[in-house]
Design a protein around this ligand. Structure first.
Ligand SMILES: [Zn+2]
Length: 148
């Protein structure tokens, strides 16, 4: 990757992120839950890109999240690992970390139910609960918090 490309991608990545608690959440396009950034006809996966830009090359490794947020681009929350590492870590964090038991979750089950029941706009709800619009949209479309 040329220095010019690195610089351009760094700016685009940072511009597309919003700080949500300790996480740097990608607020633009996503695919299968992961952030995507398209530049010069090339599609980058934002968490992989964050690792490549701020930590180092991934090679064949996966970029794994310690915070369980697929759109998070905080380099402190991303580490390189194999598919097996990912499966093991997911199993460890496991089903016990569903919903509000998960420390990275900033909404409570009660708030999620309120959001689903509310007629307010996504913008109003994001403002009210201090989360990004994507979070509200994901709750409404049952992409997240599916268990309640
Ligand atoms: Zn994070």
């Amino acid at each position: 990757m040329s220095p010019e490309l690195r610089a351009e991608l760094t700016v685009r990545l940072i511009r597309g992120c919003e700080l949500v608690g300790p996480c740097l959440i990608w607020t633009r396009a996503t695919q299968s839950g992961y952030g995507t950034l398209k530049y010069q006809q090339i599609m980058y996966s934002t968490h992989r890109l964050a690792h490549e830009l701020f930590i180092g090359p991934l090679g064949k490794n996966h970029a794994l999240h310690s915070c369980d947020r697929k759109t998070c681009c905080n380099p402190m929350h991303i580490y390189a690992g194999t598919h097996e590492d990912n499966m093991r870590d997911l199993a460890i964090r496991g089903l016990a970390s569903k919903g509000e038991k998960n420390p990275s979750s900033i909404l409570t089950e009660q708030q999620v139910l309120e959001i689903r029941a509310s007629n307010s706009s996504i913008n109003e709800l994001a403002e009210k609960y201090g989360v990004v619009r994507t979070t509200i949209a994901c709750i409404r479309n049952r992409i997240t918090w599916r268990h309640i």
